[in-house]
Ligand binder design. Structure first.
Ligand SMILES: [Zn+2]
Length: 223
C-alpha cells in the first residue's frame, strides 16, 4: 500500500505562481482560469449510470481539480462541494432511483481481479450488481476519508474498488493525491468503462481532461 500522506500539497498553487496565464479570475462554469477554460469544448454525453461527486471544500479551491470538468463531458453529472449531506437523495438533489455504488478508498492490498471489483465491507470480493449510479469522493486521501466518515449513508451503498492499469494524465503537474493515483475524472471514466458504458462516454471525459491539461501547460509556459 502506498503512503498517501507525503504529497498532500498538490501542485496547483505552486504551478499558479509560475505562469501568469493561470492566474486571475476563475471561469464560473468550469472553475478554471481563462487560459485553461475548456467550456468551449463542453459536449455532455448521455450515460446509463448517473454520477455524483462529493468534493471536499479544500479540493474545490485547487485550480487543477478535475471534478468541475466532469459535468462538461457527462450529462446529468452532479458535483457537490461540502462535508456532509443527510442522505444520497439530499446530496443528489433528486431521487436516486435504484442501487448506487461508491468508489471505495481502502483495501489496496486486495485488488479485484479486473479493473473494477465489487467488495463487501470486509473487502472480500462480492457479486457485481446493476447500478443506477456511482458516488466518487473528491479530494486528497485524507479529505476523502473525512467525506467517507461524515456521510454514514455511504456505508449502505455497494462498494467498488478500482484497480486501473495506468497512471494519471496529470503527469508532473500534480502529485498523485490518492493511493490509486488517478484524478477523480479519470477514476469516474475508468469506472464507467468497466460498468459497460459505450466507449464514447469515458472517451469524452478523458479527451476533455487532456485538453484542459494541454491548455494549462501552454498557459504555464507562456511568457
Ligand atoms: Zn470554463
Amino acid at each position: 500500500m502506498s503512503a498517501p500522506g507525503g504529497g498532500q500539497a498538490p501542485g496547483g498553487d505552486d504551478a499558479g505562481r509560475r505562469g501568469a496565464g493561470v492566474l486571475g479570475p476563475r471561469c464560473p462554469r468550469c472553475s478554471k482560469p481563462p487560459a485553461a477554460c475548456v467550456c468551449d469544448l463542453a459536449a455532455p454525453q448521455p450515460a446509463r449510470h448517473r454520477v455524483l461527486v462529493l468534493q471536499h471544500p479544500q479540493e474545490s479551491r485547487q485550480p487543477l481539480s478535475s471534478a468541475p470538468l466532469i459535468p462538461l463531458a457527462l450529462a446529468g453529472a452532479v458535483v457537490r462541494v461540502g462535508l456532509s449531506w443527510r442522505n444520497l437523495a439530499t446530496a443528489l438533489g433528486d431521487d436516486p432511483g435504484g442501487t448506487w455504488g461508491v468508489l471505495y478508498l481502502g483495501k489496496k492490498d486486495a485488488p479485484p481481479t479486473g479493473p473494477l471489483g465489487f467488495v463487501t465491507r470486509d473487502g472480500a470480493p462480492a457479486a457485481p450488481t446493476a447500478l443506477a449510479g456511482i458516488v466518487a469522493l473528491d479530494g486528497t486521501w485524507s479529505q476523502a476519508r473525512t467525506l467517507w466518515w461524515r456521510n454514514p449513508w455511504l456505508l449502505k451503498l455497494r462498494r467498488l474498488v478500482l484497480a486501473p492499469g495506468r497512471t494519471s494524465r496529470y503527469g508532473d503537474l500534480r502529485l498523485a493525491a490518492r493511493a490509486e493515483g488517478l484524478s477523480t475524472l479519470e477514476a469516474v471514466a475508468e469506472t464507467l468503462r468497466a460498468l459497460g458504458e459505450p466507449p464514447a462516454v469515458p472517451a469524452a471525459l478523458e479527451h476533455l481532461f487532456e485538453q484542459f491539461l494541454a491548455r494549462w501547460s501552454a498557459a504555464l509556459s507562456a511568457p
